[in-house]
Structure formats: C-alpha cells, structure tokens
Design a protein around this ligand. Sequence first.
Ligand code: NAP
Ligand code: ZN
Length: 353
Amino acid sequence: MPNAKAYAVENAATPFGSTTIPRREVTDRDVEIEIQYCGICHSDLHTARDEWASVMPTVYPCVPGHEIVGKVTKVGDQVSKFKVGDAVGVGCLVGSDRSCACCHSDLEQLCPNSVFTYNSPDPHGTAPVTYGGYSESIVVDEHFVLSVPENLELAAAAPLLCAGITTYSPLKRGDVGPGRKVGIVGLGGLGHMGVKIAKAMGAHVVVFTRTPSKAEDAKRLGADEVILSTDEDQMAQHAGSFHFILDCVSARHDINMYLGMLAHDGELSLVGAPEEPFEVSAFALLFGRKKLSGSLIGGIAETQEMLDFCGEHGIVSDVEVIPIQQLNEAYERLVNGDVKYRFSIDMSSIQQD
Ligand code: NAP
Ligand code: ZN
C-alpha cells in the first residue's frame, strides 16, 4: 500500500505534526490526486480538537482537510470522467452507498452510509478512518471527484469545495435572487463565500458581524449593507425585513435575535455547527410563521454546479496561502477570528519535511 506524507494530530490537545499515512492502491474507478492546495475549514478545527465529541467523536490520529484541489496523477481502468493532468477537487464526501433514495436524488451528503473525507470509518479498510487533505495525495472514487474550472486560481478555488457549496446550496434552495433581502451572519470562511455567491445570485446582501473592523471588507466582498450585530439600534432598524438569513457562526450565540430580523414567512438557515444546543423561542417562530432550517454541504452534482457557477462569475475565496509548517499557528489564528478569509495550505511545502 502506498504511503503519503501528511499532517496529523494524535489527540485533542496536541499540535499537528508530520507523519505518513497509507493510501489505497488505485482500483478500477479510482482517481489518484496530487494535492496542490487544501483550505482550512473551521470543521477541521472542531474535529481535530474533538469539539463535536457528543455527535461525531474524533478517532486519532486525525488528518483533516476537505477543501482539496490538485491534479490527477493516475486513473483506474474504468474511469471515464478524468485523465492524468486534469485540475480536480475533492470536498467533504468521498463515498456513499449509491443505492438509497438520497443517493438516487443526488443528495449523497444525506445518505445514511455517506463517507466523509476524514474521520469516517474507512470502507476500504486502508486505515480505521478516512484521512483528509492535509496530505500530499489522495485516492478517491471518480464519482466524488469534481472538475475545477480552468479560469479559477487553484489556491483560491480550494475553499469552494466546502465553504462554497455549503453556502451555495441553502442560498439556492432559499430562492435567493433579485428583489430578495438576504442576511449573512458571521464573516468568516463560509460567510465571505456566502456574500460573494448571494451577490452573484442578484440578491440585496446584508452582513451581520460582531467585528467592526470587518465592515469595509464586507462591502468590498459585495455586501450592500453591514450591520454590527452588537449595536441594538442598527439591529432594530432592520427588524422584520429579511427574506432569508444564512447563519455561518461557529460558536454558540442567540439565534432568536436573527429570527426577529426575518419578515413573515422568512427562513433562517443554519450552516454553522457549534456543538452546544441553541435555545429557540417558540414565539420567535410562531409570530410571522418563520422557518428555522439547517443545511449540510451539498450533493456531488450540486457541487459541480456551484463550481461551474463560480467559474462563470469568477468567484473564488479570499485566501492567505501558508506552508503546512504554519498549520498550528493558523489554527490559533482561526480560533481568534484572525483570518481574511480562508487559509489555503500550499501542499508543495510538505516536501520540505
Ligand atoms: P470561521 O472562518 O471561523 O468563521 C466563523 C465566523 O463566525 C467568525 O468569522 C465570526 O464572524 C463568527 N463568530 C465566531 N465566534 C463567534 C461568537 N462567539 N459569537 C458570534 N459570532 C462568532 O468558520 P467557518 O470555517 O466559516 O465555519 C463556520 C461554521 O460552519 C463552523 O461551525 C463549521 O464547522 C461550520 N460548517 C458547516 C458546514 C455545513 O455543511 N453545515 C460546512 C462547513 C462548515 P464575525 O467576526 O463576522 O462576527
Ligand atoms: Zn468544511
């Protein structure tokens, strides 16, 4: 079995270190990818530090990373979608049963047997769990490999594979477009993609942030208005006026405040995934018949649709490219909200170890 260089954590409290991991041999429908860039999602941090222990406990060693782009280095005999040299991406999913109602509806992410890119039991038995993109290479069934549009710069396209699809999918289902007032809560990795995508869909986009210094950036990214969520007057001015709000916050916060910002029949969709439960006021939903929903990444066909949409509109992430040796420092900065707006690891740096 081939080995690959990777960065792993050995438990929730230790920093990342360099290691080697097994990758499976390429079989008929597999694509082997040399990883060129991998984004750092807050879900990587939740998992590395076992912050989702009650829902999805982390199995160590853990190699996160599900915003993967690179080039194809080998394909199996039956592979029809890709050839050696193609620019490709892999997001949060590397497998599903392909036979359930969800899979038949292109909703592989909802399949009861979906296999996530890291920390899922490995159906191939290569290792106890799947290992993600903080690595020099990965082998993935072609169904779960995406084509990256040629005009998109790879380092900045990597975050589309999670932050892009996670915001595109609910925005699209929420009928976001011209004439609709859309709120994006939390200007982080997901939030800044949400702003760019909602704007490209034609909506009136408003950012809610608790960080005053992000206001200027929010406008540059495409927001029509910015609301400081800690300012009661600003919040009151917009109360009851939103059609759709996408909540991208990674920590516990008051969602009733955002339900109050919705117009009647409006929808608050959660994509942020704090471990602790929320308190929801029934009255905040009843008066105005408001909807509270959640959304999980997107299916494979929808992920390709999102990539093509971003290709057409020239949308990529605002990234700070780092060598993998700065991973631990990057995690500390992510916790402190000190990233504009996504770290993208230049994976060629792993060869220096
Ligand atoms: P991120 O880059 O760290 O951004 C999170 C943003 O939330 C911050 O920039 C900050 O924005 C705001 N925030 C952080 N702590 C807060 C607090 N205590 N109170 C209020 N606001 C706070 O994280 P990300 O990578 O975008 O991920 C966001 C969340 O989505 C994570 O929980 C992640 O696991 C989850 N996620 C879910 C899916 C899915 O499929 N549903 C997919 C990917 C990620 P401001 O400074 O602007 O307020
Ligand atoms: Zn992610």
